[in-house]
Design a protein around this ligand. Structure first.
Ligand SMILES: [Zn+2]
Length: 272
């Protein structure tokens, strides 16, 4: 049996607001009357919340998305999306190895298929999560399509690395109810982030590091990119991101931060 979700109640509120507003208007009550305005406000508020949560990487309404740990400890999880991508992923592995930092990588299966050895190299030291197969917008997709994308991504990562991912991050960060419930039914925990740097726009390395540092908090998850979505390869240029990573690590260490993987961060989470 499906578990009831909070969003069912919010959807009911939105429908109720719309129904009451419509019924009162049809019945001839003035639109500006207090009950009509109140019903419309409740309906619109609930609908607005649903849309906001649909598009948020911190979505809670449709199901759990782990985007930070509730902990006072100065720990951060660095996450990198859209790899593996030669030569940037190798460069990043070199930086992380020198700094002795373990990170979490969310890989589209198509990129893993293109560079399976590089994916295996990443997985030998770091955590690899599922980022679908072809990196589509799943926001409005049917459950069957979501399931197929996640399962194909899972297969490619397993074939290349010998490991079965336990984490999933939706492409573009837009979680809808069907995405979260499908990932959960496949045994995957959805992961978001607490700080990002818009590094896909290729700002200077200093801007990337400043944005991450400014948004870093105890228990946070940063989002950066060592690759690009499957169609964009081989135009991907992640040199600025790779240049920013040592600065981010150094500066956070000066503030007494240490670095953990997303599963390690989850184990520190005191939240519900
Ligand atoms: Zn992505």
């Amino acid at each position: 049996m499906k578990r009831p979700r909070a969003w069912h109640a919010v959807a009911g509120l939105a429908a109720c607001g719309a129904t009451v507003t419509g019924a009162r208007t049809v019945a001839g009550y003035p639109r500006s009357s207090t009950p009509t305005v109140s019903a419309a406000a409740v309906g619109l508020g609930a609908a607005g919340l649903m849309v906001h949560q649909w598009l948020s990487p911190r979505s809670r309404l449709y199901g759990p998305v782990f985007w930070h740990a509730k902990t006072p400890r100065r720990v951060m999880a660095l996450t990198f999306d859209d790899g593996p991508c030669h030569p940037f992923t190798e460069q990043l592995l070199g930086v992380l190895d020198r700094e002795r930092v373990r990170a979490t990588f969310f890989m589209p299966g198509a990129n893993v298929r293109r560079e399976p050895q590089l994916a295996a190299e990443v997985a030998s030291e770091h955590v690899v999560g599922n980022h679908t197969f072809s990196h589509p917008h799943l926001t409005w997709s049917r459950t069957g399509k979501v399931r197929q994308e996640i399962e194909r991504g899972q297969e490619e990562i397993q074939d290349a690395t010998g490991r079965e991912p336990e984490l999933f991050r939706v492409p573009h960060g837009w979680y809808g109810p069907q995405v979260i419930s499908t990932a959960e039914s496949l045994g995957l925990r959805c992961v978001g982030w607490s700080v990002m740097a818009w590094d896909w726009n290729r700002p200077p390395a200093q801007t990337i590091s400043q944005r991450i540092l400014r948004g870093s908090t105890p228990g946070g998850i940063s989002l950066l990119h060592d690759g690009q979505n499957t169609d964009a390869f081989p135009e991907a240029d992640r040199s600025r991101t790779i240049a920013a990573v040592p600065r981010i690590i150094d500066s956070l260490r000066e503030e007494d931060y240490c670095f953990v993987t997303v599963p390690e961060l989850r184990s520190l989470d005191a939240g519900p």
